[in-house]
Ligand binder design. Sequence first.
Ligand SMILES: *Cc1c(COP(=O)(O)O)cnc(C)c1O
Length: 399
Amino acid sequence: MLKSNPTVSRLQPFTSTIFAEMSALAASTGSINLGQGFPDTDGPPAMLAAAQQAIADGVNQYPPGPGIAELRQAIAGQRAAEYRQPFDPDSEVLVTVGATEAIAAAMLGLVESGDEVIALEPFYDSYAAVIAMAGARLVPVRLRPDSSGRFALDPDELAAAVTDRTTVILLNTPHNPTGTVLTAQELEAVAALAISRDLLVVTDEVYEYLTFDAAAHLPIGTLPGMAERTVSISSAGKSFNVTGWKIGWACGPAPLIGAVRAAKQFLTFVGGAPFQPAVALALRDELDWVRGMAKGLQSKRDRLCSGLRDAGFEVTVPQGTYFAVAGIDRLAAPGEDGAAFCRSMPERCGVVAVPQQVFYADAGPDGPGARYIRFAFCKRDQVIDEATDRLASADRRRR
Ligand SMILES: *Cc1c(COP(=O)(O)O)cnc(C)c1O
């Protein structure tokens, strides 16, 4: 007889995602979806044309396992030009099916079952699931709002989380969902700890270009002593507005990339043949387009943040990514947490956001993220304005 719940116990906590629920609510109520983070404009035209041309030219069969040489060379070229990070395209660069697969393959290839993996909390939703798939344990270290509202890393808290079972620190900067860009000081503390406790660092840098004002992305792999113990992960999705292409990559020393490849080759083997030459072109020729897009995002950030403030939210202005975190204390009904608030928003005001609490190990109504919700601002200006207008009038009606 079939078990009533056939899902294995290690994956039972992960069977549904709030993103699917909220996107379905957005569709059924005709709401503006600022929940899931995908842009509503296209990437650089030459890159899009290159993918179409590749299909027309018959680039439609399995590419080489590690990715096509042209793309691996372009990735190595970009890391060298942007960060002076030298990688051998043949042994130190691996093309993956999005950053998501690179993270999964890194956990499956580098973490023994029973090991502990430290991740910054709140964390991207796939981290907990793939750490569980590896049979490992996630140890969250919380980013906490400082006096300016920035979610900051406390190096003492991080050091206290390391045990004899810790093998990997899984970093994410620029950080989703808080918008924090880790500072040189914070990264130096992580590096010093990794070196003194002999840990690997896997760093998710998919928002490497999406930083604002004076904040700049510093890859931890460039710090002294870190190249040999760091796997750096990024992706075309966020940089070039092609979240549906799922072309990502991992860079690091050959032994670490070999371990990631060992897992990757049996997850998907390969992916995205016609997209690979297009992303190679974009990494070579379209970085000015990306920088222009990031500038545009900064003004979208300001547009959304001031609209949210006018609507009564407390807003943390993000230094990077395309998400803004808003506090609901002034707007929520008594006893209402972020999840209940988000479920009521489509009906109340025709806007969808995501409760921040789903990015915490304790996602309950009294958990640390329960008073915040997350909005995406990678949308056309008129969409942002319409959303904040709706939020402002709805919440005025309610008060
Ligand atoms: C979007 C996102 C990813 C996934 O990247 P893909 O290339 O689409 O797989 C990974 N990490 C973070 C923090 C993200 O926001």
